[in-house]
Write a protein that binds this ligand. Structure first.
Ligand code: CA
Length: 572
């Protein structure tokens, strides 16, 4: 495909993909120049670029790396959508094969997409997600504003399976946690091992090493982004970490605790709080906090002011004796359960195990509800038992009765000890492999790269307060931290998207401008995702807001009246 240098390719939606000069053309020009007696010293040291079909284990000759497939993929869809892509060479394979202590075959699987034409010279690591075991986001869609992906933007895009393969049909397979190295691969080593080797493939394929290198991911992928910033900043120029779960084991303990609180209200967790109940709580938050930021717009832009103003005990009425929740009150059980969840679990000594959570109206969002009442109770027993406990508890599988009894019987105070524990077999604790080391001092990053973190204020999986605490600690240790690390809060947004929020934004362009043009992002334009099910009826379909570099907040411009447009707001 790459050899047919004069063609243009067309996507299904008729979007023409313009060609730029391919490496093959460069090589042909070089050969012609050499025949003519000229020299081209800048290219003469480079190996000849490869055709896609030539990408084999033997041809690459990279120790420990095996190519499984290398095939040309025709362009598909529109490059202006997240799932459309241009023609590319699709390479799959693995690195570092080994046998685990559980007798299973392990390797770090990879999926690499090499643009057939128009490679911009860049390298892009697309973050992993969930339990890994699959290629989560092989095109690199996170933080692209929903309208493109890294491959369409011209990057060579790699992603990994985190060092293990999920059992067929089991996306929530935590069984790899029985092997200590597989845990470490999941925590950070798949990223660290694969990145330099993937760059070698890119270099051999195109005949020159990649230039700018980026990482973007959300959730578990955000945790990997923080690992990239703390451990592997020498490999990246720019990193995006969205809703980062860098304290994922602590969050898992919290999710088990949350499930117990919900069960104390109703054995069917989904019935503990109806959507109407949560909308009622959100309305009470808005009644106290919406206008504090200067705009009664259904969004809480000043969370600190809201924390001081909103008193859950006093501001959310409890139903009278004999009355049931009807959208104007919560039952006594609901009040105590939600209060405990939002405060977060404590040890027997009264210390926070993870974090508290902010009172943001986005807790009425569909994703908050889906995670709290369904996904967290489904996933946390597996992750805690299999991956984050030392020693692990085998046999806890998603959707099994064992998983249900696991969270019902879990003691947060005693159980949280297991995430810090080691033994003769598991010599690194789960906090040791999941939490990036010394995240408050990012020395290598400071010298050469940029980190852009975003986090939804109403994330029901990882608390934005935990991310704010990290960023405050970073700033406390280095007053110039905003020169290399910036945090953007997204009011109302749930876990990576949705919630009553402007949840569509192109953070990646902001990062590239920061890295390549030195333009540090003060604000990022955000609008409501057209697919967001939580957009309030009162909002226009194209409501927009700036996202502000923390600690700046969104403030209504003096005299502005259009509450639907980002142009009416400033960051201050
Ligand atoms: Ca407001």
């Amino acid at each position: 495909m790459r050899g047919s240098a004069s063609e243009s390719t067309s996507g299904k939606e008729g979007k023409s993909v313009l060609r730029t000069e391919s490496p093959t053309v460069s090589a042909a020009l070089l050969a012609a120049a050499m025949l003519a007696g000229c020299t081209a010293p800048e290219l003469s040291q480079s190996p000849a670029p490869m055709e896609c079909g030539q990408v084999t284990t033997r041809a690459l000759g990279i120790p420990g790396l095996t190519v499984a497939t290398a095939a040309v993929r025709a362009a598909s869809g529109s490059s202006a959508t997240s799932q459309g892509y241009p023609a590319h060479c699709h390479v799959t394979g693995s690195v570092h094969p080994r046998t685990g202590i559980d007798g299973r075959a392990y390797a770090i699987g990879f999926d690499l997409r090499l643009p057939a034409v128009g490679w911009n010279g860049g390298f892009f690591y697309s973050g992993d997600g969930g339990f890994d075991g699959v290629f989560n986001d092989p095109l690199g869609t996170v933080a692209m504003g929903g309208r493109s992906n890294a491959l369409s933007r011209g990057y060579a895009v790699v992603s990994s399976d985190g060092g293990h393969v999920s059992a067929p049909g089991q996306p929530f397979d935590g069984s790899f946690g029985m092997d200590p190295q597989a845990r470490i691969d999941y925590g950070y080593n798949a990223l660290g091992s694969l990145t330099p080797l993937a760059k070698k493939i890119v270099a051999q394929y195109y005949g020159r090493a990649p230039g700018r290198s980026y990482f973007a991911g959300c959730s578990k992928g955000g945790q990997s982004g923080m690992q990239a910033a703390a451990r592997f900043a020498d490999e990246f120029d720019g990193i995006i970490a969205g809703n980062p779960g860098f304290n994922l084991p602590k969050a898992a303990v919290t999710q088990l605790f949350d499930s117990q609180q919900l069960a104390s209200v109703d054995p069917d967790l989904a019935k503990a709080f109806t959507p109407g109940d949560m909308a009622f709580v959100a309305s009470r938050i808005l009644a106290k906090c919406d206008a504090l930021d200067g705009a009664a717009d259904g969004m809480v832009h000043d969370q600190a002011a809201c924390r001081a103003a909103f008193n859950f005990d006093a501001d959310v009425p409890q139903c009278g004796a004999g009355a049931t929740p009807d959208g104007s009150c919560l039952s006594a059980g609901q009040k105590s359960a939600l209060k405990a969840m939002m405060a977060g679990p404590k040890t027997a000594a009264g210390e926070a195990i993870y974090s508290d959570w902010p009172w943001d109206p986005g807790i009425a969002g569909s994703e908050w509800r889906a995670w709290k009442t369904y996904l967290n109770p489904t996933l946390a027993p597996v992750s805690m038992a299999a991956i984050f406990s030392t020693p692990p508890t085998p046999g806890v599988q998603a959707f099994s009765p064992v998983a249900s009894s696991y969270w019902r019987d879990f003691d947060a105070s005693r159980g949280q000890v297991l995430i810090h524990a080691t033994d003769a077999t598991f010599t690194v604790s789960s906090m040791g492999f999941m939490l990036p080391p010394d995240l408050e001092h990012l020395g290598t990053l400071k010298q050469r790269a940029k980190l852009l973190v975003f986090h939804g204020a109403a994330d029901g999986v990882f608390s934005v307060n935990d991310t704010i605490r990290w960023y405050e600690a970073l700033r406390a240790g280095d007053a110039g931290a905003s020169d290399y690390a910036r945090l953007f809060l997204v009011p109302g947004m749930n876990h990576c998207w949705h919630g009553p929020s402007t949840d569509r934004f192109d953070a990646f362009t902001a990062l590239v401008d920061w890295v390549e043009k030195g333009v540090a992002p003060q604000q990022i334009f955000a609008s409501v995702d057209p697919d967001n099910p939580d957009k309030p009826a009162a909002w226009s379909a194209d409501r927009s807001r700036p996202l502000c570099a923390y600690p700046a907040k969104v403030v209504l411009r003096t005299g502005a009246t259009d509450l639907e447009s980002a142009a009416s707001f400033i960051c201050r």
